[in-house]
Design a protein around this ligand. Sequence first.
Ligand SMILES: O=C(O)CCC(=O)C(=O)O
Length: 280
Amino acid sequence: MDRMKEYRAQGYTVFEGLYDETTMQAWRDEQDRLQTISTKGPGVRESTTWFGNMLERAPQLMWPAVAHPVILDFAEQVVGPFVQLDNLTLAAFPSMAPEEAAGKASAWHRDRWGRMPSGAYERPLAFNAICYLQDLDDEYGPLRVLPGSHVEPIALAEEEIRKPHQDELLIYMKAGDVVLTHNGLLHSGTPNTSGRKRYFFSVYYNISWLKHTDTFTGPNCQQLISWARSQQDHRALRLLGQDEHLQSRANSGFQQPDEARWHQWTQADQRALEEATGRE
Ligand SMILES: O=C(O)CCC(=O)C(=O)O
């Protein structure tokens, strides 16, 4: 099926094999390093496995995941050239005892900046690009989704949130695949019983009209912003919270189909980059 049709109908799409083993090993090593140092120093109470603000923490390592052209090209078709990084999280779920995990989903939820859907497809205010750093099997725990729940106003009672759902689909993602979800999609992880860490990262994007969750004021993100500005890379600037066309494009009059305007703006961004860098 055409990827856009699939995304609009199901609420997600999977891009296979975007990252190789060397790249993923570096990301796993970084999670291990952060987890180790999280237990040291003043004010530390317990070990942490979950790390936000990853672009500031490890810019060289993480920028390729934030700015992956395959993901961004598709994302710009979904919401237009308004794609901002909301937050980048690198994490690992620890393993738990099989008895404790039996018959459980981790927790069904819609993602940040979401809402209860209206019954018609609406373009998302935010979307998640999740990559697992090992193949998911029944022990590592598949991703669970309720296809179409980004359109249907499916509600869940408190007691249903940690249980498998009758309409769920289990996705056994391969290491290095990326699933791009609509933020209205109900989804859940599955408890990890592998005896090893279940590594993943989430590049969470939102539209550049919204606030972002991670901070881009630190020296590493500021350096990325300067570099993006020096080459008039508006796509990179938007990712970092600097949408220099926001006022004109978000108040464009909306007299033409959105997709036609988006295409013009994407072309203009491309020309600006080519002119600044001398690239064709
Ligand atoms: O653990 C998982 O597989 C899902 C993670 C998740 O739900 C999320 O990042 O929103």
